[in-house]
Design a protein around this ligand. Structure first.
Ligand SMILES: [Zn+2]
Length: 256
C-alpha cells in the first residue's frame, strides 16, 4: 500500500496562486481512495499518473473548495465516465445532504453515479467493501469553520491511516488519534502564527508526540510553512517527539 500526495498546499494563496497544488492525496492499496480532491486533483493527479478511472472510493471531509472542488470529477472517473455506476462516496453532511438552503458539495447527479453514498458523522464507524477489497472508517471530530467537517482513522491492508483534515486542536483530540501507523496532520501555520480553525506546528507536535504514530506527515501547508520552513519544522518535531516526521511535498509517495 502507498500514500500518494497530489497536492499539499493549504490556505487562500496556494488555492489561487498554485505555489502548491491543492489536489489532496490518494491511498492506493487493495482499494484506491482519493481524499479531499480540491482544485488540481484531476489535472495534477493525471500528470502524476493517479488515474481517477482506477478509484474505488472518494472521501470529502468538508465543503471548503480546496477540499471538494474536483470531487464530482473524481466520481466521473470512478463511474467510468459516468457510464457505469460504481464506487463509494463518503462526505460530511454538508457535502452529501447539503445545508438548509440546498447548497451541497457533490451534486445529486454525481451522487447517483456511485454504488454507495455515506454521510460521515464524528464517532460513526463503518466497514466498506467492494469486489477488490475492503476498508473500515472511523469518523473523528474536527473543529473547523465548515459545518460537519471530520477527520478519520482508516484501516486497510493491515494498516491504520489517521487524517486530521482541517481542524483546530481540541480537548480529546490526542485520544482520538492513538493507534495510527501513519498520521497525516493538516498543519496550515507555523507555531508563531495561530489561525482559528487550523493547527499550528506546535499543536501538531503535541498531537504527534502524544498520539505516537509510527510516522507523521505534515500536510495542507500554508505559505509560511512552505517558504523554506516545513522541512526544518518537521525535523525539529522529530527530534522533540521521537516520532519520524516528514513534511509532505507535491508528488511525494510513501510506501507502507
Ligand atoms: Zn477547510
Amino acid at each position: 500500500m502507498e500514500l500518494f500526495f497530489i497536492g499539499t498546499g493549504g490556505g487562500r494563496i496556494n488555492l489561487l496562486r498554485r505555489l502548491r497544488s491543492t489536489g489532496g492525496f490518494r491511498i492506493n492499496g487493495s482499494l484506491n481512495i482519493h481524499v479531499d480532491p480540491g482544485p488540481g486533483a484531476l489535472a495534477d493527479g493525471m500528470r502524476r499518473h493517479q488515474d481517477p478511472l482506477k478509484l474505488d472510493a472518494v472521501i470529502v471531509t468538508h465543503h471548503h473548495i480546496d477540499h471538494c472542488n474536483d470531487a464530482a470529477l473524481m466520481v466521473e472517473g470512478m463511474s467510468h465516465f459516468g457510464l457505469k455506476k460504481g464506487g463509494i462516496l463518503i462526505g460530511s453532511k454538508y457535502v452529501i445532504e447539503g445545508n438548509e438552503k440546498g447548497d451541497r458539495g457533490v451534486d445529486l447527479y454525481h451522487q447517483s453515479l456511485c454504488d454507495e453514498v455515506f454521510t460521515a458523522n464524528p464517532g460513526k464507524k463503518k466497514d466498506f467493501e467492494s469486489k477488490k477489497g475492503k476498508f473500515s472508517l472511523e469518523c473523528i471530530k474536527a473543529v473547523h469553520d465548515s459545518a460537519d467537517a471530520f477527520g478519520f482513522k482508516l484501516k486497510m491492508d493491515g494498516k491504520t491511516i489517521g487524517y486530521t483534515s482541517d481542524t483546530e486542536f481540541y480537548k480529546g483530540m490526542i485520544d482520538n488519534y492513538i493507534g495510527c501507523d501513519v498520521l497525516i496532520v493538516n498543519t496550515l501555520k507555523p507555531s508563531e502564527d495561530p489561525y482559528e480553525g487550523h493547527m499550528t506546528a506546535a499543536q501538531a507536535r503535541d498531537l504527534i508526540g502524544k498520539a505516537g504514530p509510527k510516522l507523521a506527515i505534515l500536510n495542507h501547508l500554508g505559505m509560511k510553512m512552505i517558504m523554506g520552513k516545513s522541512k526544518i519544522i518537521a525535523k525539529e518535531m522529530e527530534d522533540e517527539t521521537g516520532v519520524k516526521t516528514i513534511a509532505a511535498t507535491d508528488g511525494m509517495r510513501v510506501q507502507l
